[in-house]
Design a protein around this ligand. Structure first.
Ligand SMILES: [Fe+2]
Length: 386
């Protein structure tokens, strides 16, 4: 079977990469953009800095800063209205995964009318949209290099996963200097999301010769730099390492796939509004232990690449070390268990288990896991992780 591999046509990575935005827009003859971002990016001054750069270059900017965490269908449609009113020729996304995902869907709407539910699933966006220029400010979701967007359908409490090459940014500007002020709790949440991307891309049934090296490098960089970035926010080498990990993890999982952790994590986010990286982290040790029998050697390799197991350890020993190591990592990064998370209430959690399990299966991600569970097994795994 042939390998399909999609990444942005241009990725510019490194200190100061954000200053390449105006030249990249000019190369493509863009004179007017919609900048999709959130209130934090406005208050932190980054939006003003980017807008100023564009104005100096003669590019008109309309700012849409109303994106919420876990962006909803309403967010996207409001941004689309602004796009139409502004006459923008391209979309710029600035922020974490939420603004970038929101911008992806806004950018395709001119040529693919709503409702958004018709884009849910794989390859459901028929036509290309406006060119998208993505600038991540967390490290991260990797959304700047992926063809995936997750938009919440608030009426049904479902996170709609959309995967289509038409959602792919044309240009990603990956500047780790934008992450130097990220607080430790956010660094932990997005960093464990990155590690989960690397691990799930590597153990996925869709893993390939083009995604494995990226996934393993992502995992290695997380092992080297995640805890340093968490302890010392201004540590430049750690921030650069985590930004590269996020980008590589994104390239890997978007062309392999995520698996059971992401599948079970999205329903927790949709119902309880737990940040994406945290809900992944809380599930990762339990799901890893469950999945090891389906990909023992690969999980053992992950433990060795993280430098947690030695090359002399047997695969069984290394994989066991991985499960314990992921739990210990959560404790060191002060990520709670599900039962201790302030947004999770036991009664509602237990009464939602059937819905969460069937929504998880319906997303398609669990089917790429080394061990594929049914609804009853997913319910048991939620209970085990609790
Ligand atoms: Fe993720």
């Amino acid at each position: 079977m042939s390998i399909h591999f999609n990444v942005p046509s241009t990725v510019i990575a490194g200190a100061g990469a954000v200053r390449e935005l105006a030249p990249q827009l000019q190369r493509r003859g863009v004179a007017r953009v919609l900048l999709v971002t959130d209130a934090f990016m406005v208050s932190s001054g980054v939006v003003a800095r980017v807008s100023e750069d564009l104005s100096v270059a003669g590019i008109a900017v309309e700012v849409f800063a109303d994106v919420q965490p876990d962006p909803s269908e309403e967010n996207v449609l409001a941004g689309f209205q602004r796009l139409q009113a502004s006459g923008a020729q391209a979309v710029v996304a600035l922020g974490g995964g939420s603004p970038i995902d929101c911008a992806k869907v806004i950018s395709v709407l001119p040529n693919n009318p709503p409702p958004l539910s018709r884009f849910m699933g794989r390859h459901k966006v028929p036509n290309a949209g406006l060119p998208l220029f993505a600038i991540p400010t967390t490290a991260g979701t990797g959304s700047e290099v992926t063809k995936v967007a997750v938009i919440t359908d608030t009426a049904r409490d479902v996170k709609m996963m959309m995967l289509d090459a038409h959602l792919l940014p044309a240009v990603a500007l990956v500047d780790y200097e934008l992450t130097l002020t990220m607080p430790p709790a956010l660094t932990a949440a997005v960093g464990v999301d990155t590690l989960t991307h690397g691990i799930e891309a590597y153990v996925s049934r869709q893993a390939s010769a083009l995604t494995d090296p990226l996934a393993l490098s992502c995992i290695r960089l997380c092992g080297e730099w995640l805890e340093t970035a968490w302890r010392e926010p201004a540590h430049r080498a750690a921030r650069e390492g985590m930004m590269l990990a996020a980008t590589q993890g994104g390239m890997a999982f978007a062309n392999s796939s995520v698996a059971l952790v992401h599948g079970m994590s999205r329903p927790i986010g949709a119902l309880f509004h737990v940040p994406h990286g945290i809900s992944n982290a809380m599930l990762l040790p339990t799901i890893t232990r469950y999945s090891i029998p389906g990909a023992l050697t690969r999980y053992a390799t992950v433990a060795r690449v993280l430098n947690w197991a030695r090359s002399a350890d047997s695969d069984e020993t290394a994989a066991q070390i991985l499960g314990e190591g992921l739990e210990a990592l959560n404790r060191r990064l002060q990520i709670p268990r599900l039962r201790d998370h302030p947004k999770l209430h036991e009664t509602r959690f237990r009464s939602s288990l059937e819905k969460m399990a069937s929504d998880a299966l319906a997303s398609g991600s669990p089917q790429n896991n080394p061990v594929v569970p049914d609804v009853a097994e997913i319910v048991r795994l939620y209970e085990a992780a609790w």
